[in-house]
Design a protein around this ligand. Structure first.
Ligand code: ADP
Length: 632
């Protein structure tokens, strides 16, 4: 049974909504305060109107004193004016605050994603949860998103009830005069209690029907998520320019259409359609019927009491207005309670995501800045499984990095090279074994300090849609001369000269109309420049030249000495010929280091994996296998 279908007790629902309210109030108090102000004014305004109109009608139907009539009219106009102006000003305050709400809400999830441990961020369960929340938010605004509305509705309902109750108490306490004969039955306490009970029951029953009609929402959330995902996928697929050529060349329209129909849970199961079409429509209609009956009973009761002489005609408008408002208030309160209960199912997912703890142990040691850059890292019998995976991605890896030397890591796809780098950079902690920095377990260092000793160009690096300089320096304040030097060292010099705004050029067009699109190769050069700018003792390049053309690649290799400049360099590449200039090569196979040595030593071992890989690649370059592979 999915979590959404398990019933939540009312207390738990209230607790979850209360927690969400407190959580949001701490972040955006003005949003709630402006809503409170607007609620109070909105609730007061009609009652002031109802009360003053009743006095005016009473005066008209009674003494007809012209001075009093003028006074009541002036009161009505004056209060309408004051309340109208105040409401407009409060509305403006509330609206501006509410606009900021959306940004705050997006940032709550974005910050959580940015700050959670990498291993949780990299987990498919986290992504599933995140997408479910986005889906709940965008689809019907359930979850945290709904709190502001629920808060406002609760407040409105409570104020309505209080105001209406205050104006209608005398309806029950004002007695019919004895002269009214059989009408005096309305004075009997039993009659009054029965009347109040009938009204209460109908007032409560009506919104309960509405709640029942809405209760399908949590039950179909999962089905809708799947439907929306399919919908999103297919709408993007049809509009993505990069795919357009493939789709046409391979006539993929038909297969896309087929998958759209068969994978779309909403279309396929018809669950949603059945639910909305079925009993739920009738339940909603029943709710409306009950509420109309209530209004009928109110009219009868109030008119009968006025007819019997309990109060004047003016009071009839007051009591009917107040009773209808009271019914509206109670209806809103009950339905808001229903919505609060439904919302709790969604909030449970919000908090499941927001409560993901940062479990990675944060040490306290600093990696003091050493001028000799003597940072020695050692893997000691390290094994690793990805969370939720049964398979080891690394097994018993032991390795010591020689300071200031270049190490190449080679191996087939899936042999564990990237995983090895992720552990080295502490994006994950080993399942077994230890990684040591200068003899101390890396977990004992401050996380940010430890991260500072690495500059990595990942294979799937990402640049940000900020300025070129900010991308290189990873910050807003930076050393422009150094950023420019790094870009030139990474081979981006010519392109930089062609950009009129130089380092201030925005990458991509997300934020700036005049942003530039960079090619894969150019982006890779910027990523290398970013690693150079960081000037860390370790530089790690994961397939750093994959997107470069042969000339640019040769250029980067030519500058490799300058790039690594006495640092400890780790270099992952499929092109073995380009690993030859490294001091040492480690060969990975099925998660283990199977060979370790210089190029000459490894290639000489004819039974070794390196020999196999080398010759598999060499045959594409040379006719005679015994010939050396040419350098590029
Ligand atoms: P390489 O970089 O040598 O191509 P990887 O380190 O990426 O290899 O992968 C090593 C193994 O770990 C592969 O079997 C791969 O399927 C698995 N793997 C990689 N990333 C994950 C992940 N996030 N979750 C589960 N398994 C993974």
């Amino acid at each position: 049974m999915s979590e959404n279908k398990q019933k939540l007790p009312l207390i738990e629902s209230l607790r979850l909504n209360g927690r969400a309210f407190a959580f949001l109030f701490r972040q955006v108090p003005m949003v709630f305060l402006s809503n409170i102000a607007q609620s109070v004014f909105s609730a007061l305004t009609p009652y002031v109107g109802i009360y003053l109109s009743a006095r005016l009608i009473d005066e008209l139907a009674g003494e007809r004193n012209p001075e009093k009539l003028v006074m009541w009219v002036l009161w009505i106009i004056g209060t309408a004016l004051v309340f109208g102006i105040s409401r407009a000003m409060i509305q403006r305050w509330k609206d501006t605050r509410n606009v900021a709400w959306w940004f705050h809400e997006i940032m709550i999830y974005a910050r959580k994603m940015l700050h959670m441990d990498f291993c949780d961020m990299d987990n498919s369960e986290t992504f599933k949860l995140y997408h479910q929340i986005m889906q709940n938010t965008r689809w019907t605004g359930w979850g945290l998103e709904r709190i502001r509305v629920l808060f406002r509705q609760t407040l409105d309902a409570v104020l309505n009830i209080l105001g209406a109750a205050a104006l209608s108490v005398t309806l029950f306490t004002q007695l019919v005069p004895e002269s009214a004969g059989e009408y005096t039955v309305m004075n009997h306490p039993l009659f009054i209690i029965t009347m109040i009970s009938v009204m209460m029951i109908s007032v409560i029953l009506s919104p309960m029907c509405a709640k029942k009609a809405d209760s399908y929402a949590p039950k179909i959330a999962e089905c809708m998520r799947s439907g929306n995902r399919t919908h999103g996928f297919f709408s993007e697929l049809s509009s993505e320019q990069e795919r357009a050529a493939d789709i046409r060349i391979y006539n993929q329209e038909a297969i896309c259409e087929h998958y759209f129909k068969t994978t779309n849970e909403v279309l396929r199961s018809g669950k949603l359609l059945r639910m909305v079409r079925g009993k739920l429509g009738l339940i909603r209609a029943l709710g409306t019927l009950i509420s109309t009956l209530f209004t009928g009973v109110v009219y009868l009761f109030v008119c009968a009491k006025a007819w019997a002489g309990a109060f004047g005609v003016g009071a009839v408008t007051q009591y009917i207005g107040a009773m209808v408002a009271l019914s509206g208030g109670i209806t809103s309160l009950v339905s808001v309670l229903g919505a609060i209960q439904n919302n709790a199912y969604f909030l449970r997912e919000n908090f499941k995501f927001l409560d993901i703890p940062n479990n990675m142990y944060q040490g306290s040691l600093t990696t003091e800045k050493r001028s000799d850059i003597e940072y020695e890292v050692e893997f000691r019998n390290v094994s690793f499984k990805y969370p939720g995976s049964e398979q080891y991605s690394l097994r018993n890896v032991s390795m010591k990095f020689k300071i200031g030397k270049r190490l190449a890591i080679v191996g087939q796809n899936g042999s564990g090279k990237t995983t090895f780098i992720k552990l080295l950079c502490r994006l994950y902690d080993p399942t077994e074994g230890q990684i040591l920095l200068n003899g101390i377990d890396i977990r004992k260092y401050k996380y940010d300090d430890y991260m500072n000793i690495f500059a990595v160009v990942f294979q799937d690096f990402q640049l940000l849609a900020f300025t070129l300089g900010e991308n290189v320096a990873a910050g807003q304040e930076y050393d422009r001369a150094k950023a420019e030097r790094c870009l030139r060292d990474a081979g981006f010099g010519e392109r930089l000269d062609s950009l009129p705004k130089g380092l201030d050029t925005h990458l991509y067009r997300y934020f700036m109309e005049d942003g530039v699109e960079v090619s894969g190769g150019e982006a890779q050069k910027i990523a290398i420049a970013r690693a150079l700018y960081k000037d860390a003792p370790f530089i790690i390049l994961d397939e750093p030249t994959a997107a470069l053309d042969p000339i640019a690649e040769a250029e980067v290799y030519g500058k490799f000495d300058a790039i690594t400049n006495g640092k400890t360099a780790i270099y992952i590449s499929h092109r073995l010929s380009s690993c030859k200039f490294c001091d040492e090569i480690a060969v990975f196979h099925e998660g283990a280091v199977v060979q370790h040595g210089t190029h000459a030593e490894l290639v000489a071992d004819e039974k070794g994996k390196y020999h196999e890989l080398w010759h598999a690649q060499a045959q594409y370059y040379v006719a005679n296998e015994t010939e050396a592979v040419p350098d590029i």
